[in-house]
Ligand binder design. Structure first.
Ligand SMILES: O=C(O)CNC(=O)[C@H](CS)NC(=O)CCC(=O)C(=O)O
Length: 277
């Protein structure tokens, strides 16, 4: 069975250092025979101000990640990276960027790009107080599912996990695995992180791979507890330690199919919005 790996990180100000740390985690994933590694949200560019990445810097990072994926023979969900241009190449307006998650193949090419749809404009009441992601980020609009040799990947980022209609749209488009690079706040993560991973898995009968940031980043505190849920909504791997590291789990596609046959949720939908997805 293919093995999935999920990386937890504690990204800081230096893009080069963050990339070096991510490279170590890729080596560990490759050593453990993983086929896929998911990195957290903003794994390379976490510091304030780094949102203003230039197109050149984004392209350079993408190339580095493509080389790393090829070197380690891994499919990589490269968390999210601030991207100053839209999927059609147009620059993002008003000096903003998009929170872009790339699926990179071990052949060294980008197989899919997803831009975070739901932005975190939320008053949390922690040290940071209120988060206004839309001040620097433009939301994406496209629902993205991509094929790999081991299954179809439905792409999400962080706050997207709170919107079951996105997860269901991904399932409708054929997803078997939902990837969720994240940077949940310590406060909201404590309350909902694992609940959301398990809920989206139970809703969609997909595996859910939750890769979190963990620890202190300047004045911010993130929750971590990176975890993998199977399609029944059971946590089958979890990082309970602080800081950076990987967790792995086997991917049982036959178990998904069996679960969907014995409990055909998609065919049983009857009401409004969710039925029409
Ligand atoms: O800004 C960065 O550098 C990294 N990005 C984030 O931290 C993003 C946007 S502020 N965080 C979330 O979406 C948290 C969601 C969350 O915590 C919840 O839904 O409860």
């Amino acid at each position: 069975m293919p093995v999935f790996a999920v990386a937890q990180m504690n990204s800081q100000d230096s893009i080069d250092q963050n990339l070096a740390n991510a490279t170590l985690l890729m080596q560990q994933a490759a050593t453990q025979q993983a086929s896929l590694l998911v990195l957290p949200e903003n794994f390379a560019c976490f510091a304030p101000g780094q949102q203003a990445t230039t197109a050149e810097r984004f392209d350079e990072l993408q190339q580095q990640l493509q080389q790393l994926a090829a070197t380690h023979g891994l499919w990589l969900v490269a968390g999210s990276i601030p991207c100053p241009y839209r999927p059609n190449g147009q620059p993002v307006s008003h000096g903003r960027v998009r929170s872009t998650s790339l699926l990179i193949s071990p052949d060294g090419t980008t197989a899919a790009r997803y831009d975070k749809i739901h932005l975190f404009d939320v008053q949390v009441g922690d040290n940071t107080g209120s988060y206004q992601e839309s001040a620097t980020f433009e939301p994406g609009e496209a629902v993205v599912v991509a094929s790999t040799p081991f299954g179809r990947i439905g792409m999400m980022v962080c706050y997207d996990l709170r919107f079951p209609e996105l997860a269901l749209a991904l399932r409708k488009q054929g997803a078997d695995v939902l990837t969720a690079p994240s940077a949940f706040t310590e406060m909201t993560g404590r309350l909902h992180w694992q609940l959301l991973l398990r809920a989206r898995a139970a809703d969609t009968q997909c595996y859910v791979l939750g890769a979190g940031q963990q620890g202190t980043h300047g004045s911010r505190q993130t929750w971590g507890h990176s975890a993998i849920s199977n399609a029944a909504g059971e946590i089958i791997a979890e990082r309970t330690e602080a800081g950076a590291g990987i967790i792995t789990a086997e991917f049982d596609l036959a178990a998904i199919q069996q679960r969907r046959e014995s409990m055909p949720l998609l065919q049983h939908r009857r009401l409004g919005l969710l039925k029409d997805f």
